[in-house]
Structure formats: structure tokens, C-alpha cells
Design a protein around this ligand. Structure first.
Ligand code: NAP
Ligand code: SF4
Length: 678
């Protein structure tokens, strides 16, 4: 291991004894729901997915949640481990991870009232606000049986060769449903007092330890702050933590908030390590190791948490979708080569919420490992990539890494394309800058020849003898046909984001898509510089002392810099196409800042008075100083049109191919996959 890296991350890279096991470093790969288990070749794909992360040096892999019984499963088709006949699903996964040199724990997850099927059951017949299904309440006999099912599942995990189990006790799943008054309305020995409410998780751990002996690692994932009304207070969480330690848990992993919390916990706009304080509180209450989680996406963030004594280990989940080699890169002095998770949730959580296989916006190979061949291409090609936005960058670095000779041409003075706009939006600055840093570094390590400030002419390109020409020229903003669109009040979103124009105090934004929301965020923000964790917690009403139930307090109003109105012609909820797991955050923030939205409008004209529009035939005037166009995109295909028929192998990718659903996820996916075709 590099001496430089060791001195940079001495704690993160140091071993730790946890229960009967010694982990080689302090980094745990947290549980991720991938939905791969629903695929016919799911076992093989899961084995490849986890093994890649194990090869990348992670100390302990935690699997996606597996239910201890039929009623507790996530959804139809999700895995249950309640019989030895199912061990065949697990043994190849365990063997693949062990062969790659890491340890692996099975997460045991009972979803309770979060289940997406009709066998839904919980401590009480209380429906979750995020699930339309009405649960049944457990009978006392069913509670006893469910505890036995957890124990049986752990025993089976041990038989499969797992090094440990993680009992999932956070994010609003069954254990938290028992511990919180919000969902536990029972009047028997499983409800009422705190002692009764924590009895279920404590019994699960106690009886599991009795049955599996000391060798199986038992990690309990405790909800370190519930972030819901009717959740636990900090003192109650401490008492639960102490009871779990006494019952035989080796280590406490932490989870932040329930899925139904209205506080963002993992999105891009959540400052890095913003919730480490909650793990730190538990660490003071127990003597077993405690794991911090949430928005830990770079080695320096992990090292800081460990150095401050907030936790003994760190758990990163999405960071391992983004880069399987996170640990090994940190350990060998290549931190600047880490492909950083930007917290967008676009290809991971949003895929899960829409019943698709998880992947990663910045790493399309995640959960698709078996689709990408490691074999080197037969012929080394001369490749031209035109456009250094996400599509062109992904294609160029992948092709060069595979051994092709790649030249990348970019008309502007920097690489990144639309990413350079995203990194100017408050809350996105750090992470999108990381993505540009990653691509820039990979361009140099893979040997791509980069030509900046170089607008390529088709005539020149045709004479250069490239074997493959990739047009990744991106998009141009759409200018809608509205009378007066040339008025001085009208500006483009790119000019606003790049600070090239003055924006008045009263603003109309035409368009309510991702860009419209970003522009509204930028124009109303009063934030100077990157938001700190303390500022974030205040604005979202999080009590860092966790004295109140759920750790909530009254949010501090942010105020707004301008009066902004967003408009759309469609009648659906504005921003309906934003990501399922992040759209609500944008909408909530803007509503708090007084931003309003108008749907179903017809734009009539723009003049010195402002924007004239009508809704259902009724005329309206918005007296505004500035009108920002965020009316979507059109493909920039001029070069592609000139080249068609004139070069042999012409490829069109990203926004240049289709602009309507322009986004970085499709762009990077298309660029990467194209480079694997040669
Ligand atoms: P978009 O999501 O397609 O939204 C375009 C907006 O313009 C819509 O509100 C549409 O509403 C309006 N519009 C379309 N044609 C129009 C016309 N002729 N006249 C007036 N209005 C028109 O496009 P975008 O906002 O440019 O975002 C592009 C992509 O970038 C998104 O798909 C997203 O993937 C990505 N992105 C996402 C985020 C995020 O999630 N936070 C942020 C930035 C970018 P009506 O047609 O109803 O008027
Ligand atoms: Fe992170 Fe976005 Fe990838 Fe999810 S899709 S792992 S949030 S970069």
C-alpha cells in the first residue's frame, strides 16, 4: 500500500476487530437494493456485482435486504431466506466475495408496513403515508414466529458461509415500526413503554446470538435519528443501543430518517457527512463499534469522521455503485481517480422506485457488470469524439481505456458541457465539480488527446481517416415561438447560470423541467458559498441534539432573493418529471421561498409590461423584470448532418441524438456502451 495514501487516510485504512472478525479497513459497503434478484441470472449478476467491490478493497460487503419470511419481503419476487433449499442463491455470492478477498454479511430485512404486496403486516394496523396498502396487525403468536424467523434466517446465513448478518433496524422498516409510537399502538407487552417497544429488536438480537454463537458477526442497523413525528428521542435511541449491545450485537451500523421523512437525507443538496452527529451520539452510549453513514462519498469525508471520533467505521453504499475501486484507489494514492457518487439518485433509488434494476448515473456498469467484456478489442482504432460533454467524455475515456487511439475535440475552453452549468447551481457545486474532476483526470490517465477551443469542420474531419467518428455535440436551448421573444427582458438559462446577464427582482421562468427548477433555485438562493451541515439542519428543521421525538424542530425560514413565478403549458403537477426521490426536495424548497407555479398557460406575448399569458382563455399579465427561457432543448445536429454519408462510421450519442429526455445518465450510458462495441 502506498505510504502517501496511508498517511492521508491512516484511520480509514487501518484494520479493526469487530466481534470475532478483523476487518482490513474501516470501510463497509452498505446494503443496496438492486432488484437484480428478480432477474433470471440474478445470482450470477449479484455475485459479479459484489465481487467487483470486494476486489476494490472494501472491508465488509453487506448484501441487499433479504426477508426472513414471506410476509416481510420487499415486493413480489424479492428474496426470502427461510429454508435450506434457498441456500443455492447465496453460496455462489458468498464464494465470489470470499475469493475476491472480502467479508460479507447478509442483511435481514422485514419491511413491515412498507411492503409492496398484499401480505403486508405491522405492529399495528397503521398505514404508512407513503404506501397505499393497509397492513394487518401482528398477533402475539405472529410476533413470536417472526422473531424465530429472524433467528432461522441468521442460522441459514451462517450455513451459506456469510461472515455476518445485519439486522435492518432503520429507515422506517419493521424494527423502527415497533420502536416508534408513530406506528406502534399496541397495548400488550410489545407496545406502550419504551421497554416494551424495543423488546422486538432486542429479542431478535438476543435469540440470534444464542443460536449462532460468537463467530457470526451481528451488526444491527439502528435508526440514529428518525426524522418523523412520533419517532424516538436521542435518549431513547441511546437506551435501545445499550440494550442491543447487551443482547449480543457486535457493531451498530446507523441509518438516518425513515423513508417517509420530509427531510432530505441522501440527496446531492445534503452536505457531506451532515448526519454524522447522530452516529457520534450513539458512540458515546455504547462500547461496541459504531458505523456512520449517509453522504460519505470521498475518503477525506470518511477520514474526518473517524478522526473526530464520531464513529469507528463508515458505511458507503451508493459510493460503491459509482466506483467499485473506491478503497483501492484511496489506498494507492489515486483519490483523484475516484468516480464520486454525486447523490443524484437518478439511476439507483429512482430506478428502484419505478421497478427497474438499479445502476449509477456516473457508472453505467454498476449492476450490469456481466454485460461489459474485459477482453481487449481485436483492432486498435483511430477514434474522433466531437464534444466534451458527459456523452463525449464517457465515450472518449472508455474507448481509450480499451486501447483505442482517441482524439477529443471541444469547441469551448473546458471539458464538461452541461455539467459546467450544473456545478453552478447551489447545492450541486461540490458534486458536479467532482464529476468534471473525474473525467479530466481519466482523460489524462487514459491518454486521450484533448483539443480545446477547437470547432471541428466536417470537411477536415472527412480527410483524417478516423475509423470511428462520434458526434456528441449536445443540445441547444429551445427558443419558443412567442410574440416579443426578442425583448430585452428575455434571457436564456445558460446566460443566467453563467452570470452573463443581470436578472431583476421579479422573474418569470418559462418551463418547469429540471433546468427551470435549477434556475429558480439559483435565483432565489440567499446562500453565500457551499451550505454547511449546520445551516442545512436548521433550514430543514433537524434538532442536532435529538432532544425531541424524531429529532425534529421548527425549521428556520430561508427567505428569498427574488419573486419568481414558473410557468408551463401542461396541466400536470409542475416538476412532475423530476426524479421521484428528489423532485419533492426541489418543490418543497422553492415553495418555502415563495416561488409559485402556473400550469395550463398559453403564452400570448412579451412586452415592456412583462409576460402576457392566458389560462382557460382568461388573460393574465405577469409584471416582471426578467423572463428566463427554460423551455427544453433541441439536438445540436448540424455537424452530424454534414457528415452523414461522408464518413464511414458515424455515431450520434447523448443530447445530439435525442434532446427530449436529455440527461447525463443516458449520455454517459450511451457513450460508455458505444465504446464497448468496438
Ligand atoms: P424538460 O425537463 O424537458 O422541461 C422543459 C420545459 O419546457 C417543460 O416545463 C415544458 O413545459 C417547457 N416547454 C417545452 N417546449 C416548450 C415550448 N415550445 N414553449 C414553451 N415551453 C416549452 O427540459 P429541461 O428543463 O431543459 O431539462 C432537461 C433535462 O435535464 C431533464 O430531462 C433532466 O433529465 C435534466 N435535468 C434535471 C435536473 C433535475 O432533476 N434537478 C436539473 C437539470 C437538468 P410545457 O411543455 O408544459 O410548457
Ligand atoms: Fe450516486 Fe447518482 Fe450513482 Fe445513485 S445514480 S449511486 S446517487 S451517482
Amino acid at each position: 500500500m502506498s505510504q502517501i495514501a496511508q498517511s492521508l487516510y491512516p484511520l480509514m485504512l487501518s484494520p479493526l476487530k469487530v466481534g470475532a472478525h478483523t476487518l482490513p479497513n474501516r470501510v463497509i459497503m452498505g446494503s443496496l437494493h438492486t432488484r437484480l434478484e428478480n432477474e433470471p441470472d440474478g445470482v450470477q449478476r449479484l455475485a459479479a456485482f459484489y465481487a467487483a467491490r470486494a476486489r476494490g478493497g472494501v472491508g465488509l460487503v453487506v448484501t441487499g435486504g433479504v426477508s426472513p419470511n414471506f410476509d416481510g419481503r420487499v415486493e413480489q419476487g424479492a428474496w426470502v431466506l427461510d429454508s435450506a433449499t434457498q441456500l443455492d442463491q447465496h453460496i455462489p455470492i458468498v464464494q465470489a466475495v470470499h475469493a475476491a478477498g472480502s467479508k460479507i454479511a447478509l442483511q435481514i430485512l422485514h419491511t413491515g408496513i412498507y411492503a409492496k404486496h398484499d401480505e403486508i403486516i405491522g405492529p399495528s394496523a397503521v398505514r404508512s403515508v407513503i404506501n397505499p396498502r393497509q397492513p394487518r396487525a401482528f398477533t402475539p403468536e405472529q410476533i413470536e414466529q417472526t422473531i424465530e424467523d429472524f433467528v432461522n434466517c441468521a442460522v441459514l446465513a451462517q450455513q451459506a458461509g456469510y461472515d455476518g448478518v445485519e439486522v435492518m433496524g432503520s429507515e422506517g422498516y419493521l424494527m423502527t415500526q415497533f420502536t416508534a409510537l408513530r406506528t406502534n399502538k399496541r397495548e400488550d407487552e410489545w407496545g406502550g413503554s419504551l421497554e416494551n417497544r424495543i423488546r422486538f429488536p432486542v429479542e431478535v438480537v438476543r435469540r440470534t446470538r444464542e443460536r449462532v454463537g460468537p463467530s457470526l458477526l451481528i451488526m444491527y442497523r439502528i435508526s440514529a435519528i428518525d426524522l418523523v413525528e412520533g419517532g424516538l428521542s436521542g435518549d431513547e435511541i441511546d437506551r435501545l443501543a445499550q440494550a442491543l449491545e447487551q443482547a449480543g450485537a457486535d457493531v451498530l451500523n446507523t441509518g438516518i430518517g425513515w423513508h417517509e421523512s420530509v427531510v432530505p437525507t441522501i440527496a446531492t443538496s445534503v452536505p457531506r457527512a451532515a448526519f454524522a452527529f447522530a452516529a457520534a451520539r450513539i458512540k458515546k452510549a455504547v462500547s461496541i463499534p459504531v458505523v456512520a453513514s449517509n453522504r460519505i462519498n470521498m475518503p477525506s469525508v470518511a477520514e474526518d469522521i473517524l478522526a473526530q471520533g464520531q464513529a469507528d467505521l463508515v458505511s458507503l453504499a451508493r459510493a460503491f455503485l459509482a466506483d467499485p475501486d473506491f478503497v483501492i484507489k484511496a489506498a494507492t494514492g489515486r483519490t483523484d481517480e475516484i468516480n464520486t457518487c454525486i447523490g443524484c439518485n437518478q439511476a439507483c433509488l429512482d430506478h428502484i422506485f419505478t421497478d427497474r434494476i438499479a445502476s449509477c448515473l456516473v457508472n453505467p456498469q454498476a449492476c450490469h457488470e456481466t454485460e461489459f467484456t474485459e477482453a481487449a478489442p481485436q483492432h486498435k482504432l483511430k477514434v474522433a469524439v466531437i464534444g466534451a460533454g458527459p456523452a463525449g467524455l464517457a465515450c472518449a475515456i472508455t474507448a481509450a481505456e480499451r486501447g483505442h487511439q482517441v482524439q477529443l475535440f471541444e469547441a469551448s475552453s473546458e471539458v464538461g458541457g452541461q455539467l459546467n452549468l450544473a456545478r453552478r447551481i447551489p447545492g450541486k457545486e461540490e458534486e458536479f465539480a467532482e464529476l468534471v474532476r473525474y473525467f479530466s483526470k481519466r482523460l489524462s490517465t487514459t491518454g486521450v488527446q484533448v483539443h480545446l477551443n477547437r470547432r471541428v469542420e466536417s470537411a477536415w474531419l472527412m480527410t483524417q481517416g478516423f475509423d470511428q467518428v462520434v458526434v456528441a455535440t449536445g443540445i441547444k436551448p429551445r427558443t419558443p415561438l412567442i410574440e416579443g421573444i426578442e425583448h430585452v427582458k428575455v434571457v436564456s438559462y445558460s446566460d443566467v447560470i453563467l452570470g452573463r446577464v443581470q436578472v431583476g427582482e421579479r422573474v418569470a421562468i418559462i418551463g418547469t423541467g429540471g433546468i427551470g427548477h435549477d434556475v429558480a433555485e439559483l435565483l432565489t438562493s440567499t446562500q453565500a458559498g457551499v451550505q454547511t451541515a449546520a445551516e442545512f439542519l436548521k433550514i430543514w428543521g433537524v434538532d442536532p441534539t435529538i432532544q425531541s421525538a424524531g429529532g425534529l424542530q421548527a425549521p428556520v425560514a430561508e427567505g428569498a432573493q427574488r419573486k419568481v413565478v414558473m410557468l408551463q403549458r401542461g396541466t400536470k403537477k409542475p416538476g412532475a418529471r423530476l426524479g421521484k426521490s428528489t423532485g419533492w426536495i426541489h418543490r418543497t424548497k422553492l415553495t418555502k421561498r415563495g416561488v409559485t407555479a402556473v400550469s395550463g398557460c398559453t403564452y400570448e406575448k412579451i412586452d415592456h409590461q412583462g409576460l402576457h399569458y392566458s389560462v382557460n382563455g382568461e388573460p393574465h399579465l405577469l409584471e416582471v423584470d426578467t423572463i428566463v427561457l427554460c423551455a427544453g432543448q433541441e439536438s445540436e445536429q448540424a455537424l452530424a448532418t454534414q457528415l452523414t454519408g461522408n464518413v464511414t462510421h458515424l455515431n450520434l450519442i447523448g443530447g445530439a441524438r435525442v434532446a427530449t429526455e436529455l440527461d447525463a445518465m443516458r449520455a454517459i450510458d450511451e457513450g460508455t456502451r458505444l465504446a464497448y462495441k468496438w
